[in-house]
Ligand binder design. Structure first.
Ligand code: CMC
Length: 391
């Protein structure tokens, strides 16, 4: 009989070899193609990081200009897609809409879905990176009942997204450089994270040779869950529910109670048993952005106090639970003006480049096989069928 390793949650199974992202969870280190995330967040741009993830090296000035230009040339979506949006209820969760419309791209771009052709893979990758902000902004516009805003290609990647999200016909949105740079930083911090649940989903879907747009839709579906990307929405909702620092002990007690399913959202990570380096950058950025915008949000004070209390509590120390990327991002996103329902959409927008870089790596890996885990069967042994009148 076959012998399999039983590894629920794949906590000790490497599903692939990869050259894209390195994480040392005990040391709190995250590198993309060797470059530390804090340096990229501080000094780079999302377009540059996207090029790096896809191509393995930082671009020269000419390469970056060409890449940025190419992405901007693909930002429009087919006009028929607007009709697709209109089939949804206005109160649909924007992640539900994203699962649908990104999957629907597979029905629109047949000229970029032959995965054996490197040129077609390249165009599909560029289309996804370029069109995802357009679709994300459309999901937002649809939910608030405002007309869709066309992309403006003279704006930056983040600036264009903000413009499509917040412009209304009566009043042009002026892209504030502070907000634009905070948005770009948030995109960089979410761009890739090796074999997390949604990336593994994209790889698994892609391993059968499936359409790349459909594979990314599968990743979006997986990301939506509150244990994964949905945690940023859940974290801010939780911080708002806590409301004032005096309520924190009550929530800490709930998180520690084994009979209560409640968890501190934005805390803990499968791989990081130390500070999530992305949370460190975002914690600093949250103060900077709010200061620069002149916003004082009591939620930030609650977050800081919650972090302080949790990190000095034996339960969190013993289990090595630290704030993760989702803990502080919501404070910044809400200062920019996004409703919580859009938070996970922004995560999906930024992660698309990581998903597509990992998908490309898998397709070109000579060791690539269809992903097909085995199981330990624990059901009934063989038995004979009994007709319904005998049961
Ligand atoms: N609050 C309270 N207790 C927790 C928490 C938390 N946030 N996270 C983990 N624990 C406890 C858990 O109860 C378990 O205790 P015990 O060993 O006594 O059963 C122990 O810590 C280990 O937890 P686990 O669920 O076995 O660990 P995991 O690696 O399977 O889960 C996680 C990792 C991120 C799903 C989990 O920490 C969690 O649910 N956190 C809250 C949701 C969240 O913030 N998710 C975002 C993750 S980062 C962004 C992303 O990747 O999308």
């Amino acid at each position: 009989t076959d012998c399999f390793t039983y590894d629920p949650g794949f906590t000790s199974t490497a599903s692939c070899e990869s050259k894209i992202t390195y994480i040392d969870g005990d040391a709190g280190i995250l590198l993309h193609r060797g470059y530390p995330i804090d340096q990229l967040a501080e000094k780079s741009s999302f377009m540059e990081v996207s090029y790096l993830l896809l191509n393995g090296e930082l671009p020269s000035k000419a390469e970056l200009d060409k890449f940025t230009y190419t992405i901007s040339r693909h930002t429009m979506v087919h006009e028929q897609l607007a009709t697709f949006f209109r089939g949804f209820r206005r109160d649909a969760h924007p992640m539900a809409i994203m699962c649908g419309v990104v999957g629907a791209l597979s029905a629109f771009y047949h000229d970029s879905t032959d995965i054996a052709d490197p040129e077609q893979r390249r165009i599909a990758s560029h289309r996804l990176i370029a069109k995802i902000p357009t679709l994300a902004a459309m999901a937002y516009k649809y939910s608030v009942g405002q007309p869709f805003v066309f992309p403006k290609n003279d704006l930056s990647y983040a600036g264009n997204f903000l413009n499509m999200t917040f412009s209304v016909p009566a009043e042009d949105y002026v892209v504030d450089p502070i907000i634009e740079s905070a948005m770009d930083k948030i995109f960089i911090l979410h761009a890739d994270h090796e074999q997390n649940a949604s990336t593994s989903t994209v790889r698994l879907a892609g391993s059968s040779g499936a359409n790349p747009f459909a594979c990314i839709a599968a990743g979006i579906a997986c990301l939506w869950g509150p244990a994964h990307g949905g945690a940023n929405e859940a974290a801010l909702n939780m911080l708002r529910e806590i409301g004032t620092p005096d309520k924190i002990p009550e929530y800490i007690a709930r998180a520690k109670n084994k009979d209560d399913p409640f968890r501190l959202m934005g805390f803990g990570h499968r791989v990081y048993k130390n500070f999530d380096p992305r949370a460190k950058v975002l914690s600093k950025a949250a103060t900077e952005v709010l200061d620069k915008l002149g916003i004082s949000d009591p939620v930030l004070d609650t977050a800081r106090e919650l972090e302080r209390i949790a990190l000095s509590d034996q339960y969190f120390i013993d289990k090595k639970l630290y704030p993760n990327v989702d803990f502080y991002s919501g404070v910044i996103l809400s200062a920019i003006g996004f409703p919580t329902s859009m938070f996970t959409v922004l995560f999906a927008l930024a992660r698309t480049v990581g998903w597509i870089a990992q998908w490309n790596e898998m397709i070109t890996d000579p060791a690539q096989k269809i992903g097909r885990p085995r199981q330990l069967y624990t059901g009934p042994t063989q038995r004979d069928y009994v007709t319904v009148d005998q049961r």
